[in-house]
Ligand binder design. Structure first.
Ligand code: GDP
Ligand code: GDP
Length: 457
């Protein structure tokens, strides 16, 4: 499970500064869910091989009776969803009654928390820590979010206890004539279909697009082996099942649970749940409502899926009973707005009537296979050489960029590591060209590809 860290604290202590540093600087994604969760930001971040989710809770003033009650409610909810809470205070402002009230909340919450004192660039860190020791929350971790000071030490404390991402390369799908990667270049993350779980499919989408109807439909038709699991409200439900002798595990974010003979939705949409399900899946089935077309929130969520690198199948639901002109309009919209995930198959389905649902599996299988096949170094290098011959990289200050060989650095998504000279100068357009070539030659469908360069050889 991906750890979730919530940043809380009074306004102006530096929460968004820290949030931006943790997420953006690590090439992570930031999404704001206006309306749905006012003033809350969710971002994915990475630190030393660990992926985690950061929530910027917006401001807590400590006075929940006041006009900020609404904001406080949001922050408290974010704290509930988190594994650990970072309580930020401001060294320059010193301790305030608001800080003390938040500290009270934290103690009652029964969650792991860390006291973080920010802005120690202008105040002596030891003085700052002493200032806040009366809060009774233990020793404060001093940082300067704006300057990046103390961040590593803080993350060490907060994340040290959580396990790293899966580094087990043993159960990936083997491609023919695989060969060993060079020492020190072991694939980073090669998850495969584990014996137990099969392909993990997350059903993702905005509220009301038809996720629970789809889950019911998928399970209703198939033999469900285990259908209920205890869990907190934050957790998705994992439902193993078999179809055509293939094993799958459905990660159900809609909270469908079996109550007696029927399934019913018992939980509301949660961003954290959605992000964790994406992280934990091999393949995401992204559900949209054809009647509403592509809306902003769809694009936000799709952005997360893309950044996570998971394989993707898109299901345009509620296709039943739509006029031909409406259908044409939706198709045009899809082409226009979903160009950034054009590698994904799109299915037009009716979860309610079951139309098209069975066909999803073919795309899931194909996407999964593309995502986890271990391509041999010789094959990837051959494709690189052919690409360079056909279309050489540009000259940089009179010298040509040299790309020498390529190997697989990870799977789900496939990571192709290319070694060469002056690789930092490779233009984006050239990387896109290579990406497209790899996609075409290896016939990759339904998965993004990552290309990374290693220089100095
Ligand atoms: P938030 O309301 O808690 O999200 O706080 P912001 O991130 O918006 O920061 C409030 C102010 O504090 C801004 O003017 C920041 O530039 C400033 N700030 C944030 N971090 C630091 C820091 O490490 N040192 C100093 N001196 N100022 C900081
Ligand atoms: P969720 O919030 O994404 O889990 O959405 P639900 O599965 O609860 O569905 C929301 C509403 O859309 C319900 O009233 C469903 O009956 C309806 N719905 C779901 N799938 C379809 C479909 O394929 N066609 C039509 N016409 N309605 C659907």
């Amino acid at each position: 499970m991906v750890p979730v860290i919530a940043l809380v604290g009074r306004p102006n202590v530096g929460k968004s500064t820290l949030f931006n540093r943790l997420t953006k600087s690590r090439d992570a994604i930031v999404a704001e869910y206006a309306g749905l969760t006012r003033d809350r930001q969710y971002g994915e971040a990475k630190w030393q091989g660990r992926t985690y989710i950061v929530i910027d809770t917006g401001g807590l003033t400590g006075d929940e009776q006041g006009i900020d009650a609404k904001m406080a409610e949001q922050s408290l909810q974010a704290m509930q969803e988190a594994d650990a809470v970072m309580f930020m205070v401001d060294a320059r402002a010193g301790m305030t009654p608001g800080d003390q009230m938040i500290a009270e909340h934290l103690r009652k919450l029964n969650k792991q928390y860390f006291l973080v004192v920010n802005k120690v660039d202008s105040i002596d860190p030891d003085l700052a820590r002493a200032e806040f020791s009366p809060l009774g929350l233990g020793d404060a971790l001093p940082i300067a979010a704006a300057h990046g000071r103390g961040i590593n030490h803080m993350l060490e404390r907060a994340l040290g206890a959580f396990p790293r991402d899966n580094a087990d390369a043993s159960d990936a799908v083997e491609a023919e004539d695989d060969e060993a990667v060079e020492p020190g270049q072991e694939p980073k993350r090669i998850p495969g279909p584990s014996e137990k779980d099969g392909i993990k499919i997350a059903i993702i989408g905005r509220p009301n697009v038809g996720k629970s109807t789809l889950v019911n439909r998928m399970l209703g038709e198939e033999r469900v082996i285990v259908y209920d699991q205890a869990g907190t409200t934050r957790d998705s439900i994992y439902i193993p099942f078999e179809r055509d002798e293939e094993k799958y595990t459905l990660i159900d974010t809609a909270g469908v649970r079996r109550r007696g003979k029927i399934f019913e939705a018992v939980e509301k949409f949660s961003v954290v749940k959605t992000l964790q399900a994406i992280q934990d899946a091999n393949v995401v089935i992204f559900v949209m409502d054809a009647r509403e077309g592509v809306v902003e929130h769809d694009l936000n969520l799709l952005g997360f899926v893309l950044e996570s690198g998971r394989a993707l199948v898109i299901a345009l639901n509620k296709w039943d009973g739509m006029e031909p002109s409406e259908r044409d309009y939706v198709k045009t919209e899809l082409e226009r707005r979903l160009f950034f995930v054009d590698f994904a198959d799109i299915h037009f389905i009716s979860a309610k009537h079951g139309t098209g649902v069975g066909n999803l599996y073919q795309s899931v299988q194909a996407a999964f296979k593309s995502a986890v096949t271990r391509w041999p170094t010789s094959r990837l290098t051959q494709i690189l050489e052919d690409s360079v011959r056909e279309h050489a990289p540009p000259m940089v200050s009179g010298r040509r960029i040299k790309l020498r060989y390529a190997h697989l650095g990870g799977a789900n998504p496939p990571l192709i590591v290319i070694h060469g000279n002056q690789v930092e100068a490779v233009p984006k357009s050239y990387t896109r060209y290579l990406e497209n070539t790899y996609r075409r030659v290896l016939k990759l469908v339904g998965t993004p590809i990552r290309i990374e360069y290693k220089g100095g050889e």
